[in-house]
Design a protein around this ligand. Structure first.
Ligand SMILES: [Zn+2]
Length: 473
């Protein structure tokens, strides 16, 4: 059944209501644990496996239970109950992975800071998760927020969404990037209280100063179900009391976070930009650099030598930022100067073969989030100069980063690749994303895009954990 999304532009919100109800080929009734004998056979597909620059032509793929069982050019024998999907030469690829997002910060940040209650957070987060999933993202590393209730209902098959690797609340020092209090709010470290702001009450942020409080904050997130820990180790663009050049947390506080995470078998990632902060964080045992734009080539080399990860949302380095109404005109000159100074960021990451994972830094109103995700996909192919490179960041390298959660990985198994034995998170796409990224929804317009986002019609099959959720073939 075709759908019509011709919503008048003066009522963009209406597009969202329609879009929620009218995605063709959607089966919202499946989900939860899958029968280990359940089979799906994809016939005649061209495989992008997440690793190789090219397609393996005219293949057949048998999924059984939650895993890929057989890949073969020869016809595959399957049981009589098998669901057959005729690929017709379409591209079969791994489900995409967003390694840096904030699914439950799905609203205007000032509203979340002052007005949102738990209902607002989780209902809006659920809608954002659904859009992410229908854009072909089958896993999400949520590095700050309150995603665990949402994760539980998605895992139980009650709602559409990606697999969620949650960090839980941001862990920040006083006046750090996660300290979003007003100046007149009590300081939780000094008053020994946590009920100090709406973001604390919602479980979005924890202020922790000194080794004992950092240990407790990390353990609190692990208790909630965190797969990895996120700390704020440097200044930010949007926050109030921490200039972007600042280094946050002492070496000992960082080590405390790493020790508590490693005792649970997992790792720490950090919001961080500068050489000074990154060197300190890596010496403390940190594994993943979130954002990281302002690093020197020496630091890039060091990260490559150690096999660590960089997870940048590349729109931060894009000229489209100057069309963003939230970026004040008075800051344009300073941002342009930073873009010029650090223009070698992407080339150096590629040249030194650093592990780069895809990131949107998704947050804010839901429609804006969809637009920024699709713009990021486009802009990234420009910034890194190759569709294949970005596809790798979206699939196999992202899967490698998720696996760093070790025993705290909520979904153990090979991720981000099409291989026998890998988890069956699969897209079938009409077109070849190695040649044309728009078949995955990439859009070169961001703030200049005024139409409400439509479903990506070229993503025709979405499978997660062996379940087919969308099929328009
Ligand atoms: Zn972020």
């Amino acid at each position: 059944m075709a759908i019509e999304w011709n919503i008048p532009e003066e009522h963009p919100g209406a597009g969202w209501v329609t879009g929620l109800l009218a995605v063709p080929g959607l089966d919202p009734s499946t989900g939860g644990a899958i029968d280990s004998e359940h089979q799906v056979l994809f016939k005649n597909v061209n495989i992008f496996d997440g690793l190789m620059d090219g397609l393996q032509l005219r293949q057949n793929v048998l999924v059984q239970g939650s895993k890929i069982k057989t890949i073969s050019e020869a016809p595959i024998e399957a049981g009589t109950e098998v669901l057959v999907i005729e690929g017709g030469g379409r591209t079969l690829m791994p489900g995409m992975i967003d390694c840096h997002c904030h699914i439950t910060l799905a609203g205007d940040i000032p509203d979340i800071e002052s007005d949102f209650n738990h209902g607002d957070v989780h209902l809006n987060g659920a809608v954002a998760a659904r859009h992410m999933f229908l854009d072909g993202f089958t896993s999400a590393r949520d590095v700050g927020g309150s995603p665990f209730a949402l994760k539980r209902v998605i895992d139980a098959g009650k709602f559409l969404g990606p697999r969620i690797y949650g960090s839980g609340a941001f862990i920040s020092q006083t006046s750090g990037h996660g300290d979003m209090r007003a100046r007149n709010d009590p300081n939780p470290t000094l008053c020994k209280c946590q009920d100090v702001s709406n973001l604390h009450r919602l479980g979005f942020t924890q202020i922790a100063d000194g080794r004992p409080d950092v240990l407790a904050a990390v353990r609190q997130n692990l208790m909630q179900g965190a797969s990895q820990i996120k700390i704020m180790a440097g200044g930010g663009g949007a926050s109030k009391y921490d200039p972007i050049d600042t280094t946050q947390y002492t070496a000992d506080e960082m080590r405390a976070a790493v020790e508590a995470a490693e005792d649970w078998g997992t790792y720490v990632c950090a919001h961080i930009f500068t050489d000074r902060a990154i060197n300190r964080f890596v010496s403390a045992g940190g594994k993943s650099i979130e954002h990281g734009f302002f690093m020197s080539e020496d630091v890039v080399e060091m990260l490559a030598d150690k096999g660590l990860f960089v997870v940048p949302q590349m729109w931060g380095m894009s000229p489209e930022l100057f069309n963003n109404p939230n970026v004040q005109v008075s800051k344009h000159a300073a941002i342009k100067a930073l873009h010029e100074k650090y223009k070698m960021f992407a080339p150096w990451l590629l040249e030194h073969k650093v592990n780069i994972a895809f990131a949107t830094d998704l947050l804010g109103p839901i429609a804006d989030g969809v637009k920024s995700r699709r713009y990021e996909m486009y802009w990234r192919t420009q910034a890194f100069g190759s569709n294949f490179e970005v596809l790798k960041q979206l699939t196999s390298t992202a899967g490698k980063l998720l696996a760093e959660s070790g025993p705290r990985d909520p979904y153990p198994g090979l991720k981000g690749v099409i291989q026998e034995g890998a988890l069956a998170d699969i897209l079938v796409v009409d077109g070849n994303p190695l040649k044309d990224f728009s078949v995955l929804g990439a859009n070169e317009r961001w703030f200049t895009e005024t139409r409400p986002p439509r479903p990506v019609d070229t993503i025709q099959v979405i499978m997660k954990d062996g379940h087919v959720y969308k099929n328009t073939i």
